[in-house]
Structures are given as structure tokens and as C-alpha cells.
Design a protein around this ligand. Sequence first.
Ligand code: ARG
Length: 463
Amino acid sequence: MAEKTANAMWGGRFASGPDAIMEAINASIGFDQRLAAQDIAGSRAHAAMLAAVGILTDSDAQAIREGLLTVLSEIEAGRFQFSTALEDIHMNVESRLGELIGEPAKRLHTARSRNDQVAVDFRLWVRDQCDAADGALAALQRALLGQAEAGADWVMPGFTHLQSAQPVTWGHHMMAYVEMLNRDRGRFADARRRMNESPLGAAALAGTSFPIDRAMTARELGFDRPMANSLDAVSDRDFALEFLGAASICAMHLSRLAEELVIWSTAQFRFVRLSDRFSTGSSIMPQKRNPDAAELVRAKTGRVFGASVALLTIMKGLPLAYSKDMQEDKEQVFDAADSLMLALAATTGMMEDLQASPERMRAAAGAGFATATDLADWLVRAKGMPFREAHHVTGALVAKAEAKGGDLPDLSLPEMQEIHGGITEDVFAVLGVDNSVRSRISYGGTSPVRVREQIARWTELLG
Ligand code: ARG
């Protein structure tokens, strides 16, 4: 059997080519072709800089920069033949450039290495994902804001331990997610700011003897500055880990909302109805409307967490600087980013279409003695009772109502007075769910007045 010939890019010292299994484990082109646009942008900046400092002639740099655009258009048009023998996106692009422009292509790799090349490509890609996540999060915030506006004063049960706790408003519940998602945006923005330094020019690990201008390539690629340590520049992947950290927390938030949608859309709750566009049927049970999108948002969270743990584990044992282990970073981050973006889009779609039922939520809001705290607060406010005592008296009233098989407002005044003689007729006003939510006017509270203030603030902020 004929031996494969040695690699054209680095095979000078090799007599034969790699084993097929070696090629299979080594090649990354199957996935890192997603970095093509970033790779070409990095190479174009590098070529311009090499010419500016006199390492390349202007005509060679010109040929390289134009040739790279041709390669990009071939890739974008799906006309590019990716080759596993050429291992990765960097060598695939460079090799094709050579076919297109000849000798100048061989000068492009002066004063750089695939180690700084992949570091710059991946940073640019992850940076784009931070921007995409920010846009998608803003869109979801707007959808939630729309829900909050429609139902700023719709009363619903508020839960702790998933047990009825106190009535809240639908608007308040929706706005809680607007706040959470804004912290997610902040985390992506922080990560972006920290990652926005250029590794290009670190070369293999030690820098280069050529008189390169790293500030120039950094500027051209939109980085704030070059990274200050070449070893760090080629071996750092904490920018990707920060992205995965922000993505994990964000996915966790989406998963909680998804879980609520699953619960709220059950026949037992019926607080919400997902639109036909975001529901599925069952092939055997004709009555079913399944919240598959919400379930999958919940499940995709696992993939995002998994990517984060995988990359932390890949990195934890690596000595400085580059090791091939780091090639395994990309599929994890690609999958996490794809999963997150899809989850964000699905959640936005569900929330834009969602029909909440004010009647169903209101009917459930008073159940489970949800206004017991209001009763205790009333005993404090109207009767001057210490809160601990009021808590105790209210507990006895709850027990009495429960024994009767009813709720607090079902007790008559004389029944209440058997527990505490000082209770008067006006107690009934605080037992209603509307009064309950209206009374919670503390800053950040669920009162429709406060909720509308927050909606106004966010409407302004989200534009
Ligand atoms: N495909 C490689 C990666 O993703 C590019 C860097 C290769 N560097 C090397 N020294 N073999 O990490």
C-alpha cells in the first residue's frame, strides 16, 4: 500500500504521512471551519502589518489580502474543498491561498504560529457570540416587558417551596426575569471587555524576532490592546470559560422560566396557554398540547453546563503554553453557543405568543391561605399586636379555617373572635387578594403601582 506523503505545511522532517487514525484524531477541520471568517480577518490584519513594518512588500501583502477575500467568498459560497490532510482551518486557508496567488502566500506565516492564530480566531468568534447573546437577551427582555405591561395588575399566586405563599402580580413575576436577564447581559459584557485583547504576534509561545507591530493588528481587529505576555496569549482559554460561565447562568435562568411554563401550562394550573406555534401534539393522545419547546430549553441547559465542565477539565492539567488538548475547546463552545442561542430564540417566541389567563391565576391566588401574612400584618397595624403574637393568632385562624374545610375569608367574624376577641369587621378587607397586592408598595414590591414604575424604567432602558 502506498504511504501517504508528508504534510506539505510542516512535513519537512517527516518521511511519511500520518496513519489514518492519527489523521482522524488530529484533524479539526470538521469543526473549526466555523472559524473561517475570523481566520481570514486575522490573516488580513497580519499581512497588512507585515507590509507596514517592511517585512512584506506592499504588492505581496496586497496579493495576500485580496486572495484571502477570494478564499472567503469560496467558503461562503460552499465551493471550498476542505481537506482533512490539511488538518485545520488555518492550513486549509493558507494552502488554498497558495493555489490562488502562488509564492506570496508562503510569506504570510512569517512572525506567527498557528498557536496565536487559533487564539485570535477563537477570541474573535467568542466575542461575536457575546454580542449575539446580548441582542437575543434584549429581545427576550422586550417580550417579557410586553407580558408585564399587559398584566401589571393581574393577581396570581406567589410561591415559595412551590407552596402558595402570598399573592403577587403577573407583571411583577415577568419583571423578575427582566432583571435576571439584565445581569446575564452584564456578565456577557464583562467577559467581552476582558477578552478584548489581541493574542496575535505572540507567535508559537515566546514572541518573535521580527519587528512586528502588535498594536496595529490589535487595532485592526477591534481589540483594545495586545496581550502583554506571549505565553499567556497562546495558552489562555479563560475567555472561553467566562463565556461558558455567563452562558451557563443565563441558560439556568431560561431553564427556570421554562420550568414555570411547563407547570403553568398543565391542566391543573392552566395559568398560561402556549401558542400553537410553540406547542406540539401527541401521536396517541388527541387532547394533548405539549410544551416541548420549554422542555427543550430546560434540557439544553445541561449541554451548556456540560461544555463548561468539559473545558475546565480539559484545561486544568495543562502546563504552559499551548498543548493540543486545547483543540478540544471549540466543539464545546460551539455547541454551548448554538444551544444558548436557540434556547433564547425559543423562549422569546414562547413569551411573545404566550396567553396568560388572569381569571385562572386570580382564582388560584387566594387558595392556600395566601393572605395569612396580610392578616398578621393587619393585627400588627390595626391592633398594635407584636408580630410574633400576630403570627401565632393567624396560625390559629388558619387551622380553624382548614378544619372547616374553607379558606380564611370563609370564617365568620364570631368564629374569628373565638380565637381573638379584638378582631373587627374591617379585617375582611385585608383578606382579599387585590388588597393584598395593592398594599405591597415597598420599593421592589409587587404592588401594581411599583410594577408600573419598573415597567416604565425598563421601557426607557430597552428603547
Ligand atoms: N487546530 C489547532 C487548534 O485548534 C490549531 C493550533 C495548532 N497548533 C499546533 N501547534 N499544532 O488548537
